[in-house]
Design a protein around this ligand. Sequence first.
Ligand SMILES: C[S@@+](CC[C@H](N)C(=O)[O-])C[C@H]1O[C@@H](n2cnc3c(N)ncnc32)[C@H](O)[C@@H]1O
Length: 245
Amino acid sequence: MKDQYQSISAQYSHARKDDVTVFLETPSVQSALGDVSGARAIDFACGTGHFSRLMKKLGATYVLGVDLSPAMIAAAREAERENPLGIVYEVSDAATTAVFGAFDVATAVFLFNYAKDEQTLAQMFASVAANVSPGGRLIAVVPNPDFVNGRDDLLPYGYVLEEISKGPENLRVRMSFVGDDFSIEFTQWSRRAYENALERAGFADARWSLFAVTKEGLERYGQKFWDPILANPKSVVLSARRKPA
Ligand SMILES: C[S@@+](CC[C@H](N)C(=O)[O-])C[C@H]1O[C@@H](n2cnc3c(N)ncnc32)[C@H](O)[C@@H]1O
């Protein structure tokens, strides 16, 4: 698969300090994760390791971060060298099945939107399932299948989204980061496509949950700032459990 992140790992790491990350996305993933103390965790599409570090800090005993991009893995390893937490990072394409072990919990924050077709989407879910123990959990963040793009809706949060093309089960979207001079392309899959892929990979109990803003986020910016993104969320948490053997 193409590495869109080859030259932008530094900017991306920086982008992970934005308000949506801090006050909305990270706390929402944390609440979906619940208690991970003592868990073995794998973070698919770990990027620079934001959610790998979150799980380690929340008490996971072993965390492996995997990503397609050597540049992102290099940046994640650099962060590990600067502040050692005991996280292991490996380059790996989630669209090909590599088995690293039997993990209690897997995260995949913005992985599935890189599947260009439903076959690749199915392969990604199968490869996640191959690394999750029966009864183990998947916590994913995906572009909201119900998101309605209006031109400047996300400007206050630092993004602009443009629709590039449309298929029966997906929208192809370009996301530009305002002021950072870089953009990425991804696929907004339908709910049906995700639920089919989950079912085929042996996951059950699919649950969609909306992001919630923290008290600190409300205090800092006020409810009005958050209303547009809460009313029309650009991403949602999709969680599921691997069926028992
Ligand atoms: C938007 S970033 C998210 C990174 C991290 N999960 C986070 O939330 O900070 C998407 C990541 O997906 C990775 N990625 C894209 N396709 C992938 C694939 N087929 N297998 C593994 N990682 C992939 C990219 O290299 C990039 O690091």
